[in-house]
Design a binder for this molecule. Sequence first.
Ligand code: ADE
Length: 234
Amino acid sequence: MAMEAEASSLLDSLSAVVVHGTPPLSVKWFSAERHGAELLVALNGRDRRFGVDSIGTDAAVLNTYAVIERFHPDVVVSAGTAGGWRRSGGEIGDVYVSDRHVVHHDRRIDLPGFSEYGIGRYPVLSLQNMAAQLGLKIGIVTTGNSLDESEPDRRMIMASGAVVKDMEAASVAYVCLQMSTPFVAVKAVTDLVDDHTPTAEQFNTNLTMASRRLSEELLRVIDWLIPRELAQLD
Ligand code: ADE
């Protein structure tokens, strides 16, 4: 997870306790036990220079790699808030589960072979049954390092068919693919990109509510995953 505000409701619900991180990285790790399973909530932590949460792909890659190296998790979930679109039926507070693959929308490399490399198309666990049982929306998650959507981003997003826009999922999935660790993204919508209200304003208004929704649904996802063998899911 990238932001403390996104995680605080989840950490409270889990009565999670601090785990020693991996200095000098700014990561903040917490552990919890749930129905016999060990959970690790890994926040990217605060940027030491700028004093803000380390959102975006760089910090997500570092944290994910450090976690997988140390804990060898059965599954990694990229959880957080995201933008949605009215045109895709998105609503504020919706919680989406990633489907098919996750992509990047701001890595445009018009050279042979590199276009596909830039987009990534990293695999995700196939959790359509779970989403149907839990009443969650599913779709392609697209990642970039900007909160807004530029015109070139918009064209890439239209081409990929993505319905959720975040700033970490594809980079977490990239590490998971290198490390052969199953991956899924769970994202709660704070803003609708095609609404007339500026994205940042929607984000600030809805962050608390969406983070609470994220925590509620993430716990249901975790409870669904815990008793199942991962081999059954693929
Ligand atoms: N997180 C929340 N809203 C977002 C958006 N519109 N784009 C990227 N990340 C987000």
